[in-house]
Ligand binder design. Structure first.
Ligand SMILES: C[C@@]1(CC(=O)O)C2=NC(=C\c3[nH]c(c(CCC(=O)O)c3CC(=O)O)Cc3[nH]c(c(CC(=O)O)c3CCC(=O)O)/C=C3\N/C(=C\2)[C@@H](CCC(=O)O)[C@]3(C)CC(=O)O)/[C@H]1CCC(=O)O
Ligand SMILES: NC(=O)c1ccc[n+]([C@@H]2O[C@H](COP(=O)([O-])OP(=O)(O)OC[C@H]3O[C@@H](n4cnc5c(N)ncnc54)[C@H](O)[C@@H]3O)[C@@H](O)[C@H]2O)c1
Length: 475
């Protein structure tokens, strides 16, 4: 049944004539009430138009809180109060409370403000059409609020056509854009940023959509555990992890003897695991080698290439780095940074919940106590962690570093606002995990058998996660 038919049957207003217009909002105050997923979309497009945005909501999506922390928007962490909709050029009623949205709309109307009501097409004096912009050409599609999903679909079809199609519309639009290079160059933007549906948009345009052009500022940067997350848009995050290794190798002063390939392997292993565990796809490895350029440094880098290839990172341009060629070096030192990208729904951070089991894959092994070997079956492989990351029912995955299992487990739980109930296991929970020879992960109990059977490395249930306190309130 179509939406309009549904409404007709409910006897709702059939008023559907509209006045198509383009708003200039640069510097104009706009109020968004509600801080959920829909509010994020509205805030993004208002910021893209240069509006001065105020958000009022007792709780808000992380992205909005970040914008508030950076001063990009004003945020008031409280419910709507009468008076809020009396101010602003445009008021957006974006709460999930129908009645509250009604009150907001009524107040805005009384004060002759434009109002956009996200759950009431007929209550909007301003409906947002689906749109995309290429330089100075904007294409908007409205269904007069009768079928927003269709508006989005038609817009996506047209956007794809404009960028790569051969319709009369596409050819004429492109010809116009090309014949006006003064106004014809610019970014491709859309009323919604990249999502899975935009896979059809060509790479060049996708890149433009990927750039944090909404804000024209430095992107938000957060350090989470050993990771740094850079929010490029509300949908995309870059994830960076780094690690240092020293005194292990074949130079005179090295205290632990190891072949250079092994040094490269283990130096890359830790940041590579971190990025994969976070749900990102590694695409760049930067190696800073505190050793002279030559056969020794080449062998270290070869160790990295070999390991990266096990998770499909084979493009030679994905590797870059430098060596120490000015002074004599007598001890090996290696720093590695890995960068990956992910869409936010795939970014795994603080996603564990009460009742999940806390499981250890692999065993903690560290030099100099133990001779850590690349082919040790008790060490979890990077490919194993990549597989684990894709499993439904597996949540946070944390590589265990020198602080040991107990400390990493507590950190995993804390980040998800949970605590750990430890089981008794014959494993030293405080031993160093060395080059992350093991990882901790949270898993739904009924998914554990499949996970444990398929993994190559030993899997041990070491505890479970308890208590829940997940909503983050602003203010
Ligand atoms: C175009 C776009 C612009 C934007 O918001 O930026 C937009 N909605 C978009 C997407 C979208 N909205 C919805 C789905 C289906 C989700 C699903 O079914 O899973 C999808 C598709 C998706 O999300 O994939 C559901 C929905 N939307 C409204 C209601 C209330 C109702 O109809 O009662 C409900 C039902 C809620 C429910 O029943 O729970 C109301 C409105 N949505 C409008 C605009 C205005 C009318 C525009 C027009 O038709 O001309 C209006 C009246 C007010 C407004 O918000 O301005 C944006 C595309 C962005 C892009 O380009 O990608
Ligand atoms: N317009 C659209 O395109 C569209 C699309 C899908 C859904 N919807 C509608 O939009 C509504 C909101 O969707 P959502 O996904 O953002 O919901 P959500 O649950 O993610 O967010 C709702 C937000 O409203 C806030 N809120 C609740 N009571 C409030 C109050 N009294 N004052 C201020 N803020 C308050 C909450 O704190 C939360 O931040 C849905 O109920 C749905 O009907 C609209």
């Amino acid at each position: 049944m179509s939406k309009s038919k549904n409404r007709e049957e409910q006897g709702e207003s059939q008023e559907s004539s509209i006045y198509p217009a383009s708003l200039r909002l640069q510097g104009r105050p706009c109020t968004v009430i509600g801080g959920g997923v829909i509010a994020v979309r509205k805030v993004e497009s208002l910021l893209a138009a240069g509006a001065k945005v105020r958000v009022i909501s007792p709780a808000a999506q992380e992205w909005l809180l970040e914008l508030a922390e950076r001063g990009t928007i004003d945020y008031e962490a409280r419910p709507y109060l009468p008076g809020d909709a009396a101010r602003g050029f445009l008021v957006v009623a974006a709460t999930n409370q129908r009645e509250v949205n009604r009150q907001i709309a009524a107040e805005a109307e009384r004060h002759e403000r434009f109002v956009n009501v996200v759950d009431d097409p007929d209550g909007c004096s301003l409906q947002v059409p689906a749109s995309f912009t290429m330089a100075h050409l904007t294409v908007s599609i409205s269904t007069h609020g009768r079928d927003p999903k269709a508006a989005k679909h038609l817009k996506d079809v047209l956007a794809q056509d404009l960028t790569q199609g051969s319709s009369v519309f596409a050819k004429a639009s492109r010809a116009w854009l090309e014949s006006h290079p003064d106004i014809g160059s610019g970014r491709f933007t859309s009323s919604a940023w990249v999502d899975e549906d935009h896979e059809t948009v060509p790479p060049k345009e996708r890149l433009h959509m990927f750039v944090p052009n909404v804000l024209g500022q430095r992107p938000a940067v957060r350090a989470c555990r050993d990771l740094t997350c850079v929010s490029l848009t509300s949908h995309h995050t870059l994830v960076a992890a780094c690690d240092a290794l020293a005194g292990i190798g074949q130079l005179l002063m090295d205290t632990v003897r190891a072949r250079p390939e092994v040094v490269g392997h283990f130096a890359l292993r830790v940041p590579l695991l971190e990025v994969i565990a976070a749900g990102a796809t590694p695409f760049l490895v930067i190696h800073n080698l505190g050793v002279p350029r030559g056969a020794y440094s080449d062998a270290i880098v070869k160790g990295m290439h070999d390991l990266a290839a096990t998770v499909g990172l084979t493009n030679p341009d994905s590797f870059n780095g430098s060596t120490e060629d000015n002074v004599t070096v007598e001890q090996t030192g290696v720093g590695v940074t890995v960068i990956g990208n992910t869409t936010n729904p795939q970014l795994q951070w603080a996603s564990s919940q009460p009742g999940h089991l806390l499981v250890l894959a692999g065993l903690p092994k560290s030099a100099p106590k133990v001779d850590v070997r690349m082919d040790d079956p008790e060490i979890v492989s990077v490919a194993d962690v990549q597989w684990l990351r894709r499993q439904p029912g597996v949540f946070d995955i944390v590589p265990v570093g020198s602080r040991g299992i107990r400390s990493e487990g507590k950190e995993l739980a804390k980040s998800a606002r949970l605590s750990v109930k430890w089981f008794s296991v014959p494993i030293d929970l405080d031993a160093s995990g060395g080059p992350s020879t093991c990882v901790l992960f949270a898993v739904l109990p009924d998914r554990l058998p499949h996970t444990a059977q398929t993994m190559q490395t030993p899997v041990t249930v070491i505890g479970c996660l308890c208590e829940r306190k997940r909503e983050r309130h602003g203010g």
